[in-house]
Design a protein around this ligand. Structure first.
Ligand SMILES: NC(=O)c1ccc[n+]([C@@H]2O[C@H](COP(=O)([O-])OP(=O)(O)OC[C@H]3O[C@@H](n4cnc5c(N)ncnc54)[C@H](OP(=O)(O)O)[C@@H]3O)[C@@H](O)[C@H]2O)c1
Length: 357
């Protein structure tokens, strides 16, 4: 922190980015939160962000600075002279489309002493690996949220329910086994505790939670239990929502099969059983029965023709499992089918475009 001030930059001013950025910004406490926008830059630069939230009512967020791109932030004379304390990545995790770690390099390298902590609030497994290899000496905080938030229009954010965010340090994914990674765990843990304190005190979140490295990875694997079972199946079943899927006996058996597979794989990979506090597949299915009208984000992305977070939700877990000689047959089928469906869709849309020319 320079002069007691804390400078935080969010890269990706979408639903999750704007929501958590708005819960941290507090000039009275010298916490200055800025945003890197993309398509919504003109609106947010002019009018800031409006939020309609179930947890905190309606309010307005005026970021400290708003930038049109990562490069604009890195080169701005208004950027903190010794770099940001935190660079928080809240883009969709699409490693096959873009390497976030390469993109944020000009921001992270701005601090000469390697103080910048990279915070990843993204779904999936293995999102930290590219950042760890590009920035071997920077602390990384890995974060999982279950909040349900959407950007209804540029600069207008709706939080539908939940606020929980779980955070842990990331060294090598397995808790720091070398001298260097023990130091990364120490610094990352300090950052986790600081962010949880800010989110609790400034953001009034009651469920910002600090974990150790392995426990946080368990939370990631547990979350993909839901995402890897529900999201691809919603697309492959032709657009069926979560509640309808779990009410169909064959689909329910399939969903439970995927979740059971992850429940068996994660302890073998992480060397620790899932804690009792994390819901078991049967309970997840039961509570999904009430989630009527709920469509997984992957289905919304598929329907809108956008790339899906396929690699981090299916591809990476499979890769990691293979490294540990763990087989995940159901996940492999989902991955193979959906990857090919995505490729076909891209080819068809390319053909349609070229036939119009
Ligand atoms: N939304 C939820 O309820 C929720 C819940 C739990 C977890 N998550 C996870 O949180 C992550 C973020 O999701 P989200 O729903 O917030 O996605 P989102 O609303 O699509 O926001 C992502 C934002 O990142 C921007 N962006 C992408 N690349 C950028 C770049 N190079 N420079 C600047 N901005 C860039 C996008 O800009 P454009 O608009 O121009 O593309 C968009 O505004 C995902 O991993 C998601 O799975 C989301």
């Amino acid at each position: 922190m320079s002069g007691g001030a804390c400078n935080i930059l969010f890269v990706g001013a979408g639903a999750i980015g704007c929501f958590y950025a708005s819960r941290l910004h507090d000039p009275a406490s010298k916490v200055y939160v800025s945003l890197v926008c993309r398509s919504n830059y003109p609106t947010i630069a002019k009018s800031g962000v409006s939020l309609r939230t179930r947890s905190f009512g309606d309010y307005h967020f005026s970021p400290h600075e708003v930038y049109s791109s990562i490069l604009a932030a890195a080169e701005s004379p208004k950027a903190p002279a010794n770099g940001w304390d935190y660079v928080v990545v809240t883009t969709k995790a699409l490693p096959e489309v873009t390497d976030d770690s390469k993109d944020i390099e000009p921001l992270v390298r701005k601090s000469a002493d390697g103080k910048t902590c990279i915070v990843l609030i993204q779904n999936g497994v293995g999102v930290e690996e590219a950042h760890r290899s590009r920035f071997p000496a920077n602390p990384i905080v890995s974060a999982v949220t279950i909040a349900s938030v959407e950007q209804i229009e540029h600069g207008l954010i709706k939080q539908n329910k939940w606020t929980r965010i779980s955070m842990g340090p990331y060294s090598d994914g397995l808790g720091g086994r070398t001298h260097e990674s023990v130091e990364l765990v120490r610094r990352g843990t300090e950052n986790v505790e600081h962010l949880v304190e800010l989110l609790t005190r400034i953001g009034k979140l009651r469920d910002a939670e600090a974990y150790d490295e392995i426990k946080l990875q368990q939370v990631r694997w547990h979350k993909i239990c839901i995402n890897a079972a529900m999201n691809p199946s919603a697309v492959l079943s032709g657009g069926v929502g979560n509640a309808d899927m779990v009410m169909d006996p064959e689909l329910r058996e399939h969903l439970k099969g995927v979740m059971d597979e992850i429940f068996r794989a994660a302890p073998a990979i992480l060397g620790r059983e899932f804690p009792e506090s994390l819901a078991k597949p049967e309970l997840i299915l039961k509570s999904t029965e009430r989630n009527k009208g709920g469509k997984p984000s992957m289905l919304l992305d598929w329907e809108a023709g956008r790339p899906m977070e396929l690699e981090v939700i299916l591809g990476n877990p499979l890769k990691v499992a293979r490294r540990h000689n763990v087989e995940m047959a159901r996940m492999q089928s989902l991955y193979a089918l959906l990857k090919m469906a995505q490729r076909q869709r891209a080819q068809n849309s390319h053909k349609q475009k070229t036939s119009k020319i």
